[in-house]
Design a protein around this ligand. Sequence first.
Ligand code: ADP
Ligand code: GLC
Length: 472
Amino acid sequence: MEIIHVAAECYPVAKAGGLGDVVGALPKYQNKLGHFAKVVMPMYRTRFLLQNEWELVHEGGQNLGQSFFHYSVIKEKTNKLGFDLFLIDIKGLLDREKIYGYDDDSERFVAFQIATCDWISKWNHRPDIIHVHDYHAGLIPFMMKHCPAFSNLSLIPSVLTIHNAQYQGWMGWDKSYLLPAYDDWKWGMLDWKNNINPLASAVKCAWKVNTVSYSYMDELKLSANGLENLFEYEKGKCIGILNGIDNEVWDPETDEHLIKNFSVENFEKGKRKNKKELCKQFGLDIEKPLFTFIGRLVGEKAADILPEAISSSVYQHQGNCNFLILGSGDPEVEVQLENLKHLLSGYVSTYIGYSEPLSHIMYAGADFLLMPSRVEPCGLNQMYALRYGTIPIVRNVGGLRDTVVDYGDWQGFGIRFDNASVWDITYSVGRAIDLYFNKREQMNQMISFMMGIDHSWETSAQQYISLYQALK
Ligand code: ADP
Ligand code: GLC
């Protein structure tokens, strides 16, 4: 099958979070299964763009409201990512360093989607599936079905994967002039609560919809940032497919970012070497259990309660723990964490910012990874942690619930708690400290077990293929 993935992120071209990891891996594994999966994304001005070779495959033009824009499509020449990668360039809109966060994001992503549809509609053949990811590509199923300009795409099945339903890309109806001409009777397919809502539109118009874990699909019917009724209504075409991880990128035996590579055979030594480097670099004590947090410092991840939870843990557990936080986001949380680093120096350290290499060393060198998320559609960090022998401490939600079993339960290997609260985190840190100092043998058995858990993409990639096949 020929599958076209359309997304705002794709690792290693441009990544802000797990969406990038998934779009950089799923197509590769679909191709390994004998298919032709390709990725179309905006051409931001990233390092990957400058460091690779490209060929021009198409040039075209379309309208965004009253103004005409010119776009070009380039393709990476060597297929080094394991799939054909196409970037769409629109001068003045997509030629920026960052992926998101501009005042004109609505215009940018609408133009990207128009260009994508325009280009594909000019092909001499039709792909088998158009697979869109999150709201940035969410207007495409509508455009394919209801915009006369793209009518030759109307019979191609479209699939929407929801990585995060918190962000929906709302815009007022005053922006409807940005869209290509569409069948006026179908305006309701764009609308949710008197706004144009690209995510809701995709849920209505795509042939199939999936979330990135089973539990998140159920949770959306109860809490979906205003879309609960829509998910209840459309449940017939919605399913959950758990994300995988790219075992080629995330392999402690070969990961080039690590100070020392290791496997399940020698994890104790290997992890300690990585921990030693982290402790040296961040002024922490190698003899104490090292707790880490890696991620966006936002409410969804419960980052706002982290500073208090960390200080409460350090005090309540008599300083028998160290914390290292890597992330950026809410400026207030960033300041609180920086203050804590000075106040509890020797116990707490931070790296405010984004660092792919450091994240790898942290997955390898830490003893425990904290994920108190309020919402977690899937979560990849906990799966990376498992593979790198770092015990996840997670809230009982979404994909965390689907991938981590508490060590108190049968065949358990992690720590799970119910509430995103300072008390629950402090208590769970206490359980982890007890494991570390008093139950080392049990802890090592858990590590051996979890390093062998298979979360590779093979299974999930096949599940997506079965989903597409059911649409043909
Ligand atoms: P989300 O997509 O909601 O942010 P995921 O758990 O799916 O959460 O994926 C997060 C991805 O982003 C992981 O690959 C994680 O290692 C990475 N990541 C998040 N924040 C940072 C950071 N500050 N530095 C390096 N990597 C980060
Ligand atoms: C989103 C979710 C995260 C998920 C990722 C990849 O960013 O917040 O839970 O793992 O997408 O699907």
